[in-house]
Ligand binder design. Structure first.
Ligand code: KG4
Length: 333
């Protein structure tokens, strides 16, 4: 099957053509990061307008670079949610137009499922599977007993982890997006400053807002006391607590589910170098589990993952009509 995927849930307008869930024939991503940098974060109204500006050429370029004609596309898959409502609408409208124009089946796809299935592009996924989703909008630990069932074991009770990286970076005057900057600073520092350990309710839930306040209070306290501190050490201290919060729960879930065959990661924070090292350490601790952190091009928002998820949804018989609407708070499915 050849699926044309469209993604526009946040600040990337993306289109891709993927054959049989494995072969990427084209993948175009128009990122808006440079525009949102000026505002210190994604501005939803600006994002929607830029999607409108970009969506047509991104689609044109994806079909052109695939070397295929529309006749050779079997179906159109689109992110229905979750995400920013105005942003989602642009992709949904574009996909409906293409489906109508070229008489193709239209498949609604969940963005989070897309992040998990992105791993199909680089590895064989075996079930039961544990997936960790860590991005600017989500932090979730998901158990899948088979390819199509999603049980959310835990999720953030406040900020997403990527959001915490972005906010800390702003507090430290390091710009947006914060993840890559904090990651780099943390590598040059040591986790020597005491920061509050998150206290999320529930066995597998996460919390990052107390940690974020802890960093802010540390900066204010040191300033009041006229004390010197190193931004690299503070970045390392924040990152240690944030990743411990995630991986304490991951270990707990792996211990509670010895039947798990594969562990996969998705979302922009999977680019984090320390996170990748920790996954390598887990490989030794749990030799019966296959661990995968996909390459960067698959981690951040893109449309190849939507095309892969689209083929799986197609096989399940999922179809949408001209009445398809975006769903900003869509549950994973
Ligand atoms: O999945 P993604 O591209 O889209 C959204 O959810 O919007 O993730 C973006 C997030 C941002 O919060 C960014 O700061 C974070 O991923 N990120 C990182 C790193 N690279 C990107 N966080 C930690 N370390 C990184 N190296």
């Amino acid at each position: 099957m050849v699926i044309f995927g469209i993604e526009s849930s946040c600040d990337e307008t993306a289109a891709a053509v993927v054959r049989d869930k494995k072969e990427v024939l084209s993948s175009i991503v128009a990122s808006q990061i440079d525009t949102h940098k000026d505002f210190g974060g994604v501005v939803p109204e600006v994002a929607s307008r830029l999607h409108v500006e970009n969506v047509s050429w991104v689609i044109d370029e994806a079909i052109k670079q695939s070397g295929l004609s529309w006749d050779e596309i079997d179906a159109i898959a689109v992110t229905q949610g979750p995400g920013l409502i105005g942003s989602l609408h642009v992709g949904v409208q574009a996909s409906k137009t293409l489906a109508l124009l070229f008489d193709k089946p239209l498949i609604p796809v969940n963005h989070l499922a897309g992040h998990i299935y992105a791993n199909e592009l680089v590895t064989e996924m075996h079930y039961p599977l544990l997936a960790l989703l860590v991005s600017g909008g989500n932090s979730e630990l998901i158990y899948m007993k088979d390819e199509t069932s999603f049980e959310v074991l835990g999720e953030t009770q406040d900020d997403a982890i990527g959001e915490a990286y972005d906010k800390i970076s702003r507090v430290l005057g390091q710009g947006y997006p914060g993840g890559p900057v904090i990651d780099k600073l943390a590598k040059q520092g040591e986790a020597i400053y005491p920061l509050p350990k998150p206290k999320a309710q529930g066995e597998y839930n996460f919390s990052f807002s107390g940690l974020k306040s802890g960093v802010l209070q540390f900066v204010q306290r040191e300033a009041r006391a006229n004390k010197e501190w190193k931004v690299e050490d503070l970045a390392a201290s924040f990152q240690k607590v944030a990743l411990d919060e995630i991986f304490d729960k991951v270990r707990k879930a792996l211990d509670a589910h010895p039947e798990v065959q594969s562990f996969v990661v998705g979302g922009g924070v999977s680019a984090n170098s320390r996170l990748r090292e920790i996954v390598k350490e887990l490989e030794k601790e749990y030799p019966d589990v296959t661990f995968t952190v996909p390459p960067m091009r698959c981690c951040t928002d893109n449309a190849t993952m939507i095309a892969v998820a689209g083929e799986i949804a197609y096989e399940l018989g999922r179809r949408a009509g001209a009445d398809l609407t975006a769903d900003a708070a869509m549950e994973i499915c």
